[in-house]
Design a protein around this ligand. Structure first.
Ligand SMILES: [Zn+2]
Length: 74
């Protein structure tokens, strides 16, 4: 007996593999405030960039989502 087409389509969907490729460029970007330099000049002195907390990069929305996910499961 042949499986009903709807059921077969459903099974096909279940076994389909989903591959996701994420590069670090999708997760973080060079900080636009300090151009990735990690510091800014304030009153003629180097100061840690307040926008990226001296990291030189800022998380993208995807990066934040992933970070929350990892924190939730760690
Ligand atoms: Zn910065």
């Amino acid at each position: 007996m042949l499986a009903d087409p709807v059921e077969r389509a459903h099974q096909k969907r279940k076994v389909r593999k989903v591959s996701v490729t994420i590069s670090t460029d999708d997760l973080e970007l060079p900080c636009p405030h300090c151009n990735g330099e990690k510091y800014v000049i304030l009153n003629e002195e180097k100061a840690a960039c307040p926008k990226c907390d001296g990291r030189g990069v800022i998380l993208t929305a995807l990066g934040q989502t992933l970070l929350h996910f990892i924190k939730k499961h760690s």
